[in-house]
Design a binder for this molecule. Sequence first.
Ligand code: HEM
Length: 460
Amino acid sequence: MVVKIGYGAIKKRQMTKDLFDLPGPESNTLVGNLIDFGQEPLGFLTKCEREYGEIVPLRLGLTPACLLSQPDYIEQVFKDRLLFIKSRGFRALRTLLGEGLFTSEGESWFRQRRLAQPVFHQKRIAGYGESMVANTEQMLNEWKDGETRDIQPDMMRLTLSIVMKSLFNFDVSQKEAKVVAHALDVAMDWFDSKRKQNFIFWEWFPRPENVRYKNAIAQMDKTIYDIIEQRRTSGEEPGDLLSMLMQARDEEDGTQMTDKQLRDEVATLMLAGHETTANTLLWTWMLLSQHPEVQNKLLEELQDVLGSRSPSVADISRLRYTNMVIKEAMRLYPPVALLGREAVQDCQIGDYEVPAGCLIMMSQWVMHRNPRYFEDPEEFKPERWADDLEKQLPRGVYFPFGDGPRICIGKGFALMEAVLLLATIAQKFQLTLVPDHPIVPQNSLTLRPEYGLKVVLHKR
Ligand code: HEM
């Protein structure tokens, strides 16, 4: 039989190269690169990029993998959500988040995204600004001049209560916020230990950490189901995300979301919507304390634009330097530092053949500190963003919120929140790092300071 192959196909065949013929780091016959990767993922990936370039073959256990650091390749993978689905590591979050926006795929993701999108419209989120500032000022009432404090739990509780109020119109008492924040914290620790073991221990096995994890989820679920129940019995329709999700009907069969589906979406937004913003602020405080000259410039701007009044959404565009501080903090310490996708079938990235099942890694940490795109990449210089650097960079270089159809739905919300919270706190307090307290970036799902962030508070 004669098989006709078109010119394009022949050309393509001649040009493609096997990804796994490329040079890469030495790997162990049994576990591949798992040990180096598991010990210090971001350091290991940075070394791979610096030594082997734009696409590096790896193997994690039995899983073929690669690291991409060529912006076009990264863009290609982000764009094609059907060919490149979320990686196994992210899918493991389904035990916590079920089939919410972050973890679902295909048609069910598309439907949920379409439903949720209007709530994140710029005009709409502007309405959340006031409660963001009010929540922050309430927290500051508890801070005392001269006090030494680990502000990690404060930032987590603050951003959690903001997301619950904004999206679900739910006023969390400090006690409830503490319960949920603690549950999510336990879940994140569990997830991290699972990641370190490459997801090979079974969650149903009654090991102490699994029991702690199950209990944490049960506690969180109770709070969420209480919120849903409260809404059903009150009959209120405040037009927030929860009521939109509760009212939505399937176009074909007219069914509404079950309580379980609602729970998954609420849990997703509570987790995705608070931990990342809290970490953004923690890293920003660390950097500001280490760079007094930046802090002074920030205060000058706050004084010029705001004087002694509280910030509002209308001020954000005038707080140019404050915006740049946040952008630069997210460059050096991206709250999400590593994203993974899995190829669902054999495919091509650039000229390279990639097998089905390959884990594709793209790291904000690696790209944001890449000397090819950033001058003095390790230095904290908010001024670098002054002339709209973000627009001049190729896509796939600076992506704290991901990119493509699955870009963070809360990007506008988070940027607004980070600027308002930073301004509100910096106006009233100076935060100075406690000298010997270790600050170690820990890359779990998000990049957080492993031992918290201890500071001394000075009232201004
Ligand atoms: C500084 C703060 C934030 C950062 C750095 C951040 C980062 C990210 C990133 C990188 C992704 C893409 C993940 C991937 O492609 O695999 C993502 C997705 C997502 N984020 Fe955020 N995020 C932040 C704040 C928020 C907020 C405030 C919310 C909600 C209120 C939110 C909700 C979500 C959701 C629901 C997704 C999944 C979107 C989808 O797949 O359709 N995030 N975020």
